[in-house]
Design a protein around this ligand. Structure first.
Ligand SMILES: NC(=O)c1ccc[n+]([C@@H]2O[C@H](COP(=O)([O-])OP(=O)(O)OC[C@H]3O[C@@H](n4cnc5c(N)ncnc54)[C@H](O)[C@@H]3O)[C@@H](O)[C@H]2O)c1
Length: 283
């Protein structure tokens, strides 16, 4: 029987992570407390799967099954769970305590977070040696590499099992030590935040800020479009975590970012952020 992988959180990341494992041949159970989020996830996966078949990314028949549910008890026979809930320590604490009660003792928990230290999340469980950071990039089903974070107590066996599972679904991995924001977001969040400050100060328009990065640096996407893709709420929460963890004001979120989030402009997922999107809002 194929491996049973749990995915918790059916938002921006949970959708792509579920697809990545399903396309890699795993049986996937996607859990969220919000029935609306699960319905939107089902719709997005259906649309993307049709695109995947069209572009031959996932020829028909290769995808495993995905079960959508609000019941955590369906994770009772999983071998690996990737947690992708909101970037908030309290939310992650409640979820990991629950997972620890339900999942088999040998099950590994992959924490998908932008900035929260893995060692801190591991401390919410009775299995810190089996907790590891799996920082998937967005959209997870398309990105070839996962930043894997070894927490203070993560065992070499957990690192090996995680890398082997990722390899089985076609993902490369780079293992780094635990530090807030890891490698990628410690740099990326500063860049995104500074780009928002430039916009706030009127130094350039959003389109021009991004065009400079695309045309001059050859980036596929500018920092403001990247922020819209991530979700402006997730960018804000990640910067809040970095300020708190490092105690360094260089990570302080831009006032404009906070205002956008308060106003409900969350980027692609709400249909509007620094740019507007023709796509249907997913939530
Ligand atoms: N968005 C990105 O580009 C990106 C990239 C890498 C990592 N991450 C990280 O992945 C995690 C998820 O980010 P996202 O962008 O998908 O967030 P999101 O806000 O789009 O989705 C979060 C989901 O978690 C669900 N949730 C909240 N509390 C829950 C609970 N107690 N039990 C089950 N589900 C619950 C919400 O209903 C929501 O559907 C965050 O920690 C984020 O930092 C995000």
């Amino acid at each position: 029987m194929s491996r049973h992988v749990g995915v918790v959180g059916a938002g921006t990341m949970g959708v792509g992570v579920s697809q990545a494992f399903a396309e890699g041949g795993c049986r996937v159970t996607l859990v969220d407390t919000s029935a609306d989020a699960l319905a939107a996830a089902r719709e997005r996966i259906a649309v993307d799967s049709r695109m995947a078949a069209l572009f031959d990314r996932n020829p028909a028949g290769k995808a495993g099954e995905i079960t959508f549910t609000t019941g955590f008890e369906h994770l009772a026979d999983t071998c690996f769970v990737v947690e992708n809930v909101t970037e908030n320590v309290e939310v992650k604490r409640v979820v990991h305590e629950r997972l620890d009660e339900i999942c088999p003792a040998e099950c590994v928990f992959g924490v998908n977070t932008s900035a929260i230290p893995i060692t801190q999340v591991a401390g919410y469980t009775g299995r810190p040696d089996r907790v590891i950071g799996t920082h998937f990039m967005n959209p997870a089903q398309l990105k070839p590499l996962v930043e894997v974070i070894r927490g203070f107590h993560t065992s070499p066996e957990t690192v090996a099992a995680t890398r082997s599972l990722l390899a089985a679904i076609g993902k490369e991995s780079i293992v780094v030590h635990d530090s807030p924001g890891f490698v990628t977001n410690r740099v990326a969040m500063l860049t995104v935040n500074e780009a928002i400050c430039l916009l706030d100060e009127g130094v350039a328009t959003a389109a021009d800020v991004d065009r400079l990065f695309v045309r001059c640096f050859g980036h596929r996407m500018g920092p403001l479009a990247t922020a819209d893709l991530i979700g402006l709420d997730t960018v804000l929460y990640s910067l809040d975590v970095l300020v708190e963890q490092f105690g360094d004001p260089k990570y302080r979120p831009s006032t404009l970012l906070r205002q956008y989030v308060t106003a409900g402009l969350l980027g692609r997922k709400s249909g509007r952020g620094f740019f507007t999107y023709d796509i249907e809002p997913v939530r």
